[in-house]
Design a binder for this molecule. Sequence first.
Ligand SMILES: Nc1ncnc2c1ncn2[C@@H]1O[C@H](COP(=O)(O)OP(=O)(O)OP(=O)(O)O)[C@@H](O)[C@H]1O
Ligand SMILES: [Mg+2]
Length: 314
Amino acid sequence: MTTTYAVLSEGLEKRFGAVHAVRGLDLAVAEGTVCGVLGPNGAGKTTAVRLLTTLLRPDAGSARIAGHDLVREAAAVRRRIGVTGQYASVDGDLTGRENLRLFARLHRVRDASARAAELLDRFGLTEAADRPASTLSGGMRRRLDLAASLIRRPEVLFLDEPTTGLDPASRNRIWDAVRSLKEEGTTVLLTTQYLEEADRLADDIALVDRGRVAHTGTPAELKALVGAHAEAVVADADAMTRAAAVLDRLTGAEPVLDHERRAVGAVSTDPTLTLPRLVRELDAAGVPLVDASLHPPTLDDVFLRLTDSKELTA
Ligand SMILES: Nc1ncnc2c1ncn2[C@@H]1O[C@H](COP(=O)(O)OP(=O)(O)OP(=O)(O)O)[C@@H](O)[C@H]1O
Ligand SMILES: [Mg+2]
């Protein structure tokens, strides 16, 4: 079976004056899958979403969205997509219900009231339906935004950092919504700064760094590439050098020394490195251990390892 791509971009570029925000974006998102575009602040995620949703015109490159050319068939693309931006797009003075009805009418959806009611129910917004959107909590407002982008039952849904700043309960509701949309066959492209979010939702991850896709893969592939973070906390300053030598040998990565905590850490991509083995090897080298640990990669590990990004944000 051949794969059909809901999003297929090649060499997309966008400059804002001297800032080269998107520098040759190649993305392929198979129909019916969730793609997580993962990247730090300023990587170009929002610009990429705005390009792919026809809100910005690319300086170079091309893309097909839901089978239509992004530039030549922009109107057809717009009819097939939904977008939820990083910042709220609903009108704060209107109630949740009024906002959804307005969107439905703008998009010539038949029976706007019924569609609005259905979406309010689906996103647990019935209580909030008759309050002005400006009085809603951040989580409710984000869900209202998401509901608005679904008015027209899009084939491809673009979500720009849908859960940034939300509490865990609100985040979970958004995650559930994304999962159920996928089950219904919607293709979802979401941007995030959270490795965990991409890990939970995405079939594939595109790691974006400085306007380019630096890496793609399934969450498991990405994590295998990045490896685990091994750390040893030692009893005295002298032992740090010995611990560093052991970690260097075990991981092949340059250990990082934290003198204040007397901790030595290194990233390991060796799948056979386990915590017992780490402890055994340190012990055999006569390192007086206070603590040892082996953690799954953090977002910082991913960026340090897979990009040459110097500026990291948690
Ligand atoms: N309208 C604009 N005018 C000038 N520069 C811009 C504009 N939009 C974005 N940029 C710049 O382009 C780069 C990429 O920005 P973008 O907003 O796409 O990043 P992002 O990955 O979405 O970041 P964040 O995680 O902070 O949302 C940044 O350097 C940003 O300052
Ligand atoms: Mg952004």
